[in-house]
Write a protein that binds this ligand. Sequence first.
Ligand SMILES: NC(=O)C1=CN([C@@H]2O[C@H](COP(=O)(O)OP(=O)(O)OC[C@H]3O[C@@H](n4cnc5c(N)ncnc54)[C@H](OP(=O)(O)O)[C@@H]3O)[C@@H](O)[C@H]2O)C=CC1
Ligand SMILES: O=C(O)CCC(=O)C(=O)O
Ligand SMILES: [Mg+2]
Length: 740
Amino acid sequence: MSDSPNIIYTLTDEAPWLATQSLLPIVQAFARTAGVAVETRDISLAARILAQFPDRLGERKVADDLAELGRLATTPDANIIKLPNISASVPQLKAAIKELQAQGWPLPDYPDEPKDAHEKDAKARYDKVKGSAVNPVLREGNSDRRAPLSVKNYARKHPHKMGAWSADSKTHVAHMDAGDFYGSEKSTTVAQPTMVKIEWVGKDGANVVLKEKTALKAGEIIDAAVMSRKALAAFVRAQIADAKAQGVLFSLHLKATMMKVSDPIMFGVAVGEFYADVLARHADALKQVGFDPNNGIGDLDARIAKLPADQRAAIEADLRAQYASRPAIAMVNSDKGITNLHVPSDVIVDASMPAMIRDSGRMWNAEGKLQDTKAVIPDRCYAGIYQAVIEDCKAHGAFDPATMGSVPNVGLMAQAAEEYGSHDKTFQVSGDGVVRVVDEAGTVLLEQPVEAGDIFRMCQTKDAPVQDWVKLAVTRARLSGTPAVFWLDAKRAHDAQLIRKVEKYLTDHDTNGLDIRILAPVDAMRHSLARIRKGEDTISVTGNVLRDYLTDLFPIMELGTSAKMLSIVPLMAGGGLFETGAGGSAPKHVQQFLQENYLRWDSLGEFLALAASFEHLAQRYGNAAAGVLARTLDQANGRILDENRSPARKVGELDNRGSHFYLALYWAQALAAQDDDAALKAKFAPLARALADAEAKIVAELNGVQGKPVDIGGYYHADLGKAGAAMRPSATLNAALAML
Ligand SMILES: NC(=O)C1=CN([C@@H]2O[C@H](COP(=O)(O)OP(=O)(O)OC[C@H]3O[C@@H](n4cnc5c(N)ncnc54)[C@H](OP(=O)(O)O)[C@@H]3O)[C@@H](O)[C@H]2O)C=CC1
Ligand SMILES: O=C(O)CCC(=O)C(=O)O
Ligand SMILES: [Mg+2]
């Protein structure tokens, strides 16, 4: 047996973490037979918080597994299975801290407005954990996300329900026409390595360094753009009035988790406008209790609890009056009265817009009914692609999963490319003046006029990742025989720079006979949609943000969920990062699990990632047994789909645990049936027999626990013993696995 590195399986949060309690023991048992150890590293929100405070935790200090994996990702031996994790908004972060404190961990509170050096230090540490803090660290490569053929064929045979579209749907996307990032963006490519600083220069000549040092490599593209606070507020006001006039729901779609600096501020501006009257009337009281609109109106609900009853009642009455004077607002949970503006992380554009499109272009109103919607996506960089989908659905009806083609994605994301790497270079400016990016020689590379409250953002895109991305695109186009479109807008400053590189690097490859073009995002969308309706596939080759948006949009339309995606990140250093699915951590699933011990999380993404990970070990290290595991796992995955062993949605049916049992059964049967590896055949034959013989008993044991509440001793930092017992309730299955 050859010497191949271990697989690192990540422990994350919520539904994927629960699923891991059941799936991982199966995977470890199978992998061991090929001499592959499957280790774990904890990158959950709770673990990431604890790892920030070694000085406070003494003997109980927790290792910084994320930092370790970040280093591993830059080495050739990385083989990491990455499950979705929480990218925490401030309310989520605070809830996690509170839970850990209650468990006895001596953590400081999250200081909203740090008053002294201690609090500043605590806030700085917590801010490292906030938002999308994991993916950018591990993604040392570009991404290849697609629906494997078996999954696509399954979706065609068993199409999920899509809400019908009507030609007179009033649903539309609203975006700004000026004063946004798109309109203000400036971009340049630096020829030589240099070091830049970002500084604000006030009208009166005051000079504040916003970021001292940012190293740039040769050939790197940098951009600077500004979102005008005034223009954004005026735009939101106009959209509130227009939604009311048109009788459609008002809803805001941002990515406050991943764009953790800019988007909470934009969210706060919308909260400020929607609730303008009540916030103005009670400004003093709200200031006193520390309400921050960037944390959503849910923060107001929580904080006014501290006020005297009469004052609280007055605010609540004014809130009701405010809702009466406003358009209806899209709801996250109508039963609990949670609106689109309650929590910044509740409505995340990549998942929320496709969900709306799947529901006939409608969202939930306060009465729990679906209604046409004004989807407010302030910045123009990407808003137009959703309007293009809406127009297409109005003209031609909903897409048909039984016949539609596919849009896989090759995404530029390595080395924190573009907007998703901009957090440490994004600032809300304090006064009128300019923000400029200045190099070591004092040359101003980029400069933006700003007003107080504006959001300034600088992005970086390194050259080596762009070369790798172009190569990956050509490789995918060649291997799949599919046309590929680079979604780049020649009218946008950053994209214009990128187009020059793409045109140059395409000449490094043999593109003979391939159909590769560059189209502006809206045109690329129309082109891809026209083809998809004819059943034709088109590879989307996009930057980091469109990668994120499209890999939820198309899977949700094609497959019903992005959980069924193959999501590979060939790391630039030669290793592999295998992400599971393309979606999030589905907090709704945990709620259902706690209430009725039913977990509807679909682990197909994990199954697909594992097969790719074993395959990587076979190809790169010549581990033939891992190759056999990969091939047989592929067969098992096919059977899971064909025989409908994916989790259903309701108590009494097969859930996540049941689907893991069938994976073990089918995988063992495929291993027992193959003839490439006699030792594996002999090892798995008895297990396959034992599992098949006990099928009815195991399924009864697994399904028998459903229907009652279950306690796992925590949400962000659950009790391992309790969660493990809850997720592995079949003694028969556990005993059979011990045979290996
Ligand atoms: N890669 C990562 O680490 C990512 C993490 N996140 C994080 O996840 C959380 C929630 O994000 P949100 O945008 O609401 O997205 P989610 O993907 O968690 O939820 C949206 C919906 O997708 C469906 N879904 C997603 N995965 C599965 C699955 N495996 N099995 C079955 N259904 C699934 C469900 O839809 P339905 O009920 O309609 O079937 C679900 O309600 C946030 O904390 C966010 O930060 C988000 C994106 C990626
Ligand atoms: O890192 C995150 O917060 C989300 C990532 C994501 O949505 C994606 O990569 O598709
Ligand atoms: Mg996404």
